[in-house]
Design a protein around this ligand. Sequence first.
Ligand SMILES: [Zn+2]
Length: 203
Amino acid sequence: MQLQAVAVGSDATAKMRELMEVAQRSYQRGLQTGTGGNISIRLGQQDAVVIKPSGVGFAECAEDNLLVVDLHGTILQGTHKPSKDMDFHVGIYRARPDVQGIVHVHSPWATAWASAGREIPTLTVHSRDKMGRIPVVPTGPGGGNQNPDDIVEVYRDESRKAVLLENHGSVGVGKTLLAAEQVVELIEETAQIAAVAEMLRGR
Ligand SMILES: [Zn+2]
């Protein structure tokens, strides 16, 4: 029991509040509706993260429903059911010590490209500078959710910030949770610009 108390360090509350703020920002910007998507933040004092559970919306995240899990997905604090996205979140944290926050959303423009199975071209100077490419991770067996290992594999490249999940949505990572959220904002903006640019070119 003593070990568990040590595992969930004193910064968990501060990190939960940071997550709630950034989740609200995503929700307000229309990047995630309902209870989809996921968001997590690394704790500063040990190998653990705060993560949104299954069935809770970005706008409803609260200290009494968020989970604290270790980097293998073992629950250290919280009673809610973990999301099926948890495995790729903790996998990315294991593979990338530089990553402090992860945001995964089903924002409509980006998910439209993902559902067409097409990589979003980073047409603007800003999107190219900030993200480079946005690789597409194919769907998992039977066209279902991506295999978590396939997502983690793409993120082993330390320069990788942005990834699209086929038929599913987008993932952004960052050195802060806000930076990760700004990546999914930029993916969404880039997806909209690319779609309109194609229309204007008549293709
Ligand atoms: Zn999802």
